[in-house]
Design a protein. Structure first.
Length: 345
């Protein structure tokens, strides 16, 4: 059993379906006797409305103190408006690795027995936000430009994390996903660093192969079982992790952990789902699986496994499922079924 000392952790409800799925997670974690003592803070559009700042100082201070957060989705306006609070949080706490497992929980779907681990570089590449327009004649937006930056050090950091994590979890292979044929510098540095690091330090400990991102996308759909652990740069990881979520039942089933040296933030891969917000329809499983990752992170493996087992039994034995999974349950009904499962032992 895990120790009974309470672990302070920041809790952010977020936007759209955020408050609904975060309440579900709080209820489930409570039933589980989770070790976390929540410090509730705001971010995203909710914080913009309440405090005029999508990432208030109080929220940053809280995470600085707890070094641990469970977070609902934060809305980012497209085009203009403020910069993504998700991206700012990753930068603020140097959360360099985004760990996104995709595992089949409900058998009999289009793809069975999926067990993929996607590790996405979280700080560099085309996400750094160096973007601008160039004016020609009287059109101020005649040309749009973006700069991507990948550093040797950043590549080493994420690749070392990927190799070490894959080895620690007993996984079979690491696939390095790139586009070095076109972006010869920007993603060539990632590929080269991987090949060198593998040859020098990992070739006797785990297999590695490399693949171009477009071919990877196709092969993930044709035969996902040929992959095991994938590691890639920021934008490709963003896109491929939605793809791998699709392989296991959609965004409602895909959790993610943002890992840094000084903090870790756990969240669902999906966004704020404004189309179903406030209707009690959202599937909280992705956030609950993120909470399980958070329990693993603080080494409460037994609780993490109990949570995953309760999710599995609720979906497959009790067959209580939300609408995105073809079921009839609302968020609350599904949460109650989960709590009942946990209390049964
Ligand atoms: P954002 O801009 O915040 O990313 P979005 O419009 O891209 O929002 P997503 O949250 O990425 O929306 O969701 C895409 C689709 O998947 C939507 O139709 C949404 O309803 C659905 N979806 C996402 N998450 C869930 C969930 N947890 N439960 C049920 N449906 C979901
Ligand atoms: Mg989205």
């Amino acid at each position: 059993m895990s120790s009974s000392a309470r672990i302070p952790a920041t809790l952010i409800a977020g936007d759209g379906i955020g408050p609904e799925i975060v309440e579900s997670a709080v209820a489930v974690m409570e039933a589980l006797g989770s070790p976390f003592e929540w410090d509730r803070q705001e971010a995203g559009a909710a914080a913009m409305k309440a405090a005029g700042d999508p990432l208030p100082a109080a929220t940053l201070d809280s995470i600085r103190r707890t070094r641990l957060a469970l977070k609902g989705p934060l809305e980012t306006p497209s085009g203009g408006g403020w910069r993504s609070s998700n991206v700012r949080l990753r930068e603020e706490f140097r959360l360099f690795a985004n760990v996104r497992p995709a595992r089949t929980i409900i058998p009999g779907g289009r793809f069975d027995n999926i067990d993929l681990l996607l590790i996405r570089e979280n700080l560099e590449g085309l996400y750094i936000g160096h973007e601008h327009y160039v004016q020609i004649d009287d059109d101020p937006h005649a040309v749009a430009m973006a700069t991507g930056i990948n550093t040797r050090q950043g590549c080493r950091h994420i690749l070392e994390y990927a190799f070490e994590t894959a080895i620690a979890l007993g996984r079979k292979k690491v696939t390095v996903v790139h586009k070095a044929n076109i972006m010869k510098a920007l993603t060539g540095i990632f590929l080269e660093t991987a090949q060198q690091m593998h040859a020098e330090r990992y070739k006797d400990r785990i297999a590695m192969d490399t693949i171009i991102v477009d071919a990877c996308a196709m092969k993930l759909v044709l035969n996902p079982w040929q992959f095991d652990t994938l590691v890639t740069t920021n934008l490709f990881g963003d896109i491929l992790s939605d793809l791998t979520a699709g392989l296991v039942g959609g965004l409602g089933m895909a959790p993610g952990a943002n890992i840094g040296a000084d903090a870790a933030i756990f969240e669902a891969v999906h966004g704020s789902a404004p189309d179903i917000a406030g209707k009690g329809l959202a599937n909280p499983t992705a956030l609950l699986l993120a909470a399980a990752q958070m329990l693993d992170h603080v080494k409460h493996h037994e609780s993490a496994n109990r949570l995953r087992k309760a999710i599995d039994d609720t979906l497959n034995v009790d067959q209580v499922r939300t609408g995105d999974l073809g079921g009839k349950a609302g968020t609350r009904e599904y949460t109650q079924a989960l709590v009942a499962r946990i209390k049964q032992g």
